[in-house]
Design a protein around this ligand. Structure first.
Ligand code: GH3
Ligand code: MG
Ligand code: MG
Length: 300
């Protein structure tokens, strides 16, 4: 596997300091630079570097303010920050670390020492990212797993109640998949699960919506802020999309082709509470009904 070069953002108002760090690091890392606090926040948001080396005295807001802003933003709070500064009092270092920085380098610094400490931090970032991947992504299909869904669903329900918006759940299950495995083999069954996952991902394009593997040969789609009609339309679009893949399944009595059954429900938006468990159970009941009605169908 080709390992991607990590990106480091250097924030310093003096060009010469950026140059020294760039010389020390650019053979191993992609380097971005910012010369003010506001610019640092902008670049961090746009480029999501692996690590930020942050000066404290900057021409606009201080490095402490930058650190605070980045730690308070969900999109950047995970990025490790190391202060690199001429402020050498223990109180300064304490303040920086209390704000969430992982390390504090005093200027002037020894280049070899700083390089090793940066390498250690980057390795930690990469290991954490690999673990996150394992924890939240389904290994077979590469889409979010059940755990991801549970977390996102919980958050989406809270948001829906707060903002009086509807959420929509679509549960879908491959028809006669046991027979598929029995006839074509488990490995080919795995390929089909990957194909279905890809097709679902392509069919669900709004950035806040989620496609996840719910378990075995069952998938779930979570639509945030969606009307009943939109939910039902998407469910039908997805059913058709899987049929259109025209994956041969000679043990299926539906056109000898692989199909899915789909259940779909939308929460009410009366501003009251939202029973997330009941919504899932209703969706599951719809899916069960779709199976009972002969499969390859949507029930809402
Ligand atoms: P129905 O139309 O009622 O849904 O019937 P079905 O055969 O699809 O349902 P059933 O629940 O009886 O079988 C599900 C099958 O899905 C059995 C199981 O071996 C298979 N399966 C679950 N996870 C995987 C997987 O990761 N890979 C493969 N290849 N098969 C899987
Ligand atoms: Mg099933
Ligand atoms: Mg099935």
């Amino acid at each position: 596997m080709v390992k991607r070069r990590a990106t480091i953002l250097i924030v310093d108002d003096e060009r010469i300091n950026i140059q020294i760090l760039d010389n020390a690091l650019s053979d191993q890392y992609n380097i971005l630079a910012a010369m003010s606090g506001e610019q640092a926040i902008k670049v961090a948001l746009e480029s999501r570097p692996c690590l930020i080396l942050l000066d404290i005295i900057l021409p606009d807001i201080s490095g402490y303010e930058v650190c605070k802003a980045l730690k308070n933003n969900k999109q950047t709070s995970h990025i490790p920050i190391i202060f690199v500064t001429a402020q050498s009092l223990p109180e300064d270092e304490l303040k920086g670390l209390e704000l969430g920085a992982i390390d504090y380098f005093r200027k002037p610094f020894l280049v070899p020492l700083i390089k090793v400490r940066i390498r250690n931090q980057i390795e930690l970032v990469q290991k954490t990212a690999a673990l996150e991947q394992l924890a939240w992504i389904d290994g077979l299909t590469g889409i979010p797993n059940r755990r991801s869904f549970d977390k996102r669903y919980f958050e989406a329900c809270k948001y829906a109640v707060r903002s009086k918006r509807r959420i929509c759940l679509i549960l879908l299950d491959i028809d006669f998949f046991k027979q598929y495995n029995d006839y074509y083999g488990h490995a080919q069954g795995d390929v089909v699960l990957q194909q279905v996952a890809r097709a679902l991902e392509q069919g669900v394009t709004r950035p806040l919506d989620l496609v996840a593997r719910y378990g075995g040969e069952e998938f779930v789609i979570l639509l945030t802020d969606s009307s009943e009609k939109e939910g039902a339309l998407l469910a039908e679009k997805v059913r058709q999309k899987i049929e259109d893949l025209a994956i041969p399944h000679i043990k299926s009595n539906i056109n000898r082709t692989l199909t899915i059954s789909v259940g779909v429900t939308t929460s009410s938006n009366d501003g009251g509470s939202l029973d997330s468990k009941a919504l899932l159970e209703t969706t599951d009941a719809c899916l069960y009904e779709a199976k009972a009605m002969g499969r390859n169908t949507v029930v809402s």
